[in-house]
Design a protein around this ligand. Structure first.
Ligand code: HEC
Length: 700
């Protein structure tokens, strides 16, 4: 924060001390339920238990939005992805940054009140598919709860940030991780985990908020039948896995993000992830739906008892998680009032489900989807196309494994009746790994990752690049059709916020926060925040003033893997909390720009080494350093390595010299020759790029 903003915010504190922080954060079930009709605070991940992310506040509205400006901002400590939705209670904003660090700021001034670093071991970065991110905290009766990347659930004192209790929620010899925000229902904190791409068995657990004792655990996929089933739901599920010792692969179905709660029906809804490994024929060669992967499951929150399920992708083969944001609403469908649950999972269909019993009411494509033609309403099942299977040949599948929509929260505005989906148009090439064996130290997709190397044919490359973009879609869930859309240059844009000011807010991968007219989609306002935005904005009010806050900080799986740096990317920049209000007048410091590309080492003559290096690079490195060695704007672009880095290449790659930066050593996976071949490939890519840049700047 700069000096002026500090002074301004001090003045604000004095003026509004009576509404400022200093409460005792006594949030409970009643306060969260009451916040449905009182939008001043933001008390739960999706604001309310129905997770609509709609606020009644309308001081900032479509008429005066051009007056919106930055009121305060606060820098965080990491340049990795920032995905959290902050919680605001009693004038304090609680959020997580990257590496599961928790921050409490004065919500009026941005002053840092306390910070808690759970000291996640940096080696953990290797065992997460999608960056060292965290999606936020939960608050309950004076305590703050959050999960850590290495699988702990932690309770802190909300006033001081001091540790109250800490529980390991996973078997830490397995590649589990936590990135999702906990939800709290009736003194139980509910948390899931991730890791299905590495081969784990998914589950969700509930812990007592007072002392951290586990109250229940619900597994989402069956374990080894010889060890007996935990409950009748698992016994039922086991009949849908066939023909292999599937439990040895973990099974997947991890509950890594979405949950919602209906306090009248007393049902907790969870979304489950993809299967482990991705490839269905390897996992369950005898067929079967593989319950409960890629499903929505309703549970009793007191006991974790199974009530119903709906599986969006039976026999998942494409990493089609159903962990995407779940919204509960009451809709009038064909003249009848229905209690529904809505989801736009990765597989490209928008589902409206009767949340009392799990019955499918309707499902339509919200983006292009080639794997299925439609969902049969009689059976509730997708009707697959010839393009779905990739057993014999490589296929381009729409949506790709990153989904038509990923974890970025949607929002529902009951006034417009529209759901605002941060959708994206993305394919993925898929090919079976014929030599697949379970790897207890690495990825377990059973897919051939070398297909991620960009095509050499320029025309093909351009066509593919053209078919990738973002799309903010305003969806009518009753009619099951898009009412308006806005295309965005890149996929991987932020979650959405709807307000009663007839506005929808969304941050973009390119680094702008944008406000649209909620009814028409007209672009009303935008602000460049100098770094990609993937988190969802929130809004709250203190005193008479409405604020809008968003976490800025590019990252997550697309940013690491797909190698399409946003136009705002420059030198590394840390995550930031940015808060807006009418007549806010601060500006952000300029972002350091990329330095000139250093001259790479001489081109490599040994083309066999380059070719081998390209394959190895896509097996081992591209998920963090970008397909084709094009950095996505977050981690080092390995074409731009300096002379010293080239010298230290083996020490970094094999020896783990940069472990503290989150770059593990690969000595247990790669030989010296492997490292040499990868290096050859990178030098080749650097030379190609250097030539391009030299010609490009000569032409300027
Ligand atoms: C789990 C993510 C991850 C994977 C997988 C990964 N890296 Fe890294 N790498 C990092 C991080 C984090 C850094 C340090 C931060 C930065 O430089 O942006 C880094 C830095 C590096 C650097 C230093 C670059 C520089 O210019 O300073 C080299 C070299 C490197 N990695 C090589 C590799 C190679 C080769 C592979 C594959 C064998 C690989 N990395 C796989 C995360 C990863």
């Amino acid at each position: 924060m700069n000096f002026l903003s500090k002074k301004l915010s001090l003045a604000f504190c004095v003026l509004s001390v009576s509404h400022a922080y200093g409460g005792d954060f006594q949030v409970n079930e009643n306060s969260i339920i009451a916040s449905k009709n009182n939008s001043q605070e933001w008390l739960s991940h999706g604001r309310t238990y129905d997770e609509q992310r709609f606020s009644e506040l309308n001081q900032i509205n479509a008429e005066n939005i051009d007056r919106l400006g930055i009121k305060w901002f606060a820098d965080l400590d990491s340049n990795r992805g920032h995905e959290a939705t902050p919680i605001v209670s009693d004038g304090v904003m609680f959020t997580t940054g990257a590496w599961s660090v928790v921050y409490a700021h004065n919500a009026l001034s941005g002053e840092l009140l306390w910070k808690f670093d759970p000291k996640v071991p940096k080696e953990k970065a290797y065992f997460v598919c999608c960056d060292v991110v965290n999606r936020g905290v939960a608050i309950w009766e004076g305590k703050i709860f959050f999960g850590t990347l290495d699988g702990r659930l932690i309770a802190l004192d909300a006033k001081s940030g001091s540790l109250i209790w800490e529980k390991m929620t996973v078997n830490d010899s397995k590649p589990y991780s936590i990135t999702g925000a906990p939800r709290i229902i009736k003194d139980k904190v509910i948390i899931g985990n991730g890791g299905a791409d590495f081969g784990v068995r998914g589950y969700v657990s509930a812990y007592d908020t007072e002392n951290g004792e586990m109250a229940w655990r619900f597994y989402t996929v069956p374990g080894n039948p010889d060890e007996g089933f935990e409950n009748s739901a698992m016994e039922m599920a086991s009949k849908t896995w066939k023909g292999a010792e599937w439990w040895k692969y973990g099974g997947g179905g991890t509950v890594w993000d979405s949950m919602a709660y209906d306090s009248d029906l007393d049902l907790l809804y969870i979304g489950t992830g993809n299967a482990s490994p991705w490839n269905y024929k390897i996992r369950s060669p005898g067929g079967g739906d593989n319950l409960f992967v890629s499903s929505i499951v309703a549970l009793k929150p007191d006991t974790g008892q199974y009530v119903w399920h709906y599986q969006t992708t039976p026999g998942d083969n494409w990493d089609y998680t159903a962990t995407q944001h779940i919204i509960l609403a009451d809709l009038t469908i064909k003249g009848e009032s229905k209690k529904v649950l809505m989801q736009a999972p990765k597989n490209g269909f928008f589902y409206v489900i009767d949340r009392t019993n799990g019955e499918l009411l309707s499902a339509e494509k919200y983006v292009q989807a080639t794997w299925a033609s439609h969902i049969d309403l009689e059976t509730g099942r997708p009707v697959k196309t010839d393009l779905a299977d990739y057993d014999d040949a490589e296929k381009l599948i729409f949506p790709g494994a990153l989904g038509g929509h990923n974890w970025m929260p949607m929002s529902y505005n009951p006034k417009t009746g529209l759901v605002y989906i941060p959708a994206q148009e993305l394919y993925m090439p898929m090919k079976k790994d014929d030599e697949y064996e379970y790897d207890d130290k690495g990825w377990n997709t059973a897919g051939d990752l070398t297909v991620m190397a960009p095509p050499k044919n320029l025309l093909q490359l351009m066509l593919l690049a053209k078919s990738i973009r973002g799309r903010l879609s305003a969806w009518d869930p009753v009619e099951q059709k898009e009412v308006w859309k806005q295309y965005l240059t890149l996929p991987w844009n932020g979650g959405t916020l709807s307000t009663n000011g007839n506005l929808v807010f969304q941050g973009t991968s390119e680094g702008e926060l944008v406000a649209y007219d909620a009814a028409t989609g007209e672009r009303k306002w935008s602000k460049n925040l100098t770094n990609g935005i993937i988190a969802a904005p929130i809004t709250y009010s203190i005193g008479e003033i409405q604020y809008v806050t968003v976490l800025v900080g590019y990252g997550g799986v697309f940013a690491l893997q797909a190698g399409l740096p946003p136009k705002n990317s420059g030198g590394p920049i840390n995550g930031r909390i940015v808060t807006f209000a009418l007549d806010g007048d601060l500006s952000l410091p300029d972002r350091p720009r990329n330095i000139k590309m250093p001259k790479p080492p001489s081109p490599i003559e040994d083309q066999a080494s380059v070719a081998r290096g390209e394959d190895l690079y896509h097996w081992e490195c591209h998920m963090c350093h970008g397909a084709g060695a094009v950095g996505g704007g977050v981690l080092a672009d390995l074409r731009y390595m300096s002379e010293e880095t080239h010298e230290k290449f083996n020490a970094i790659t094999l020896g783990g010299l940069y472990t503290e930066k989150g770059m593990v050593g690969f000595a247990s996976r790669l030989s010296e020759q492997d490292a040499k071949d990868i290096h050859s490939y990178l030098i080749q890519r650097a030379n190609e790029t250097y030539l391009f840049e030299t010609v490009n700047s000569a032409l300027k």
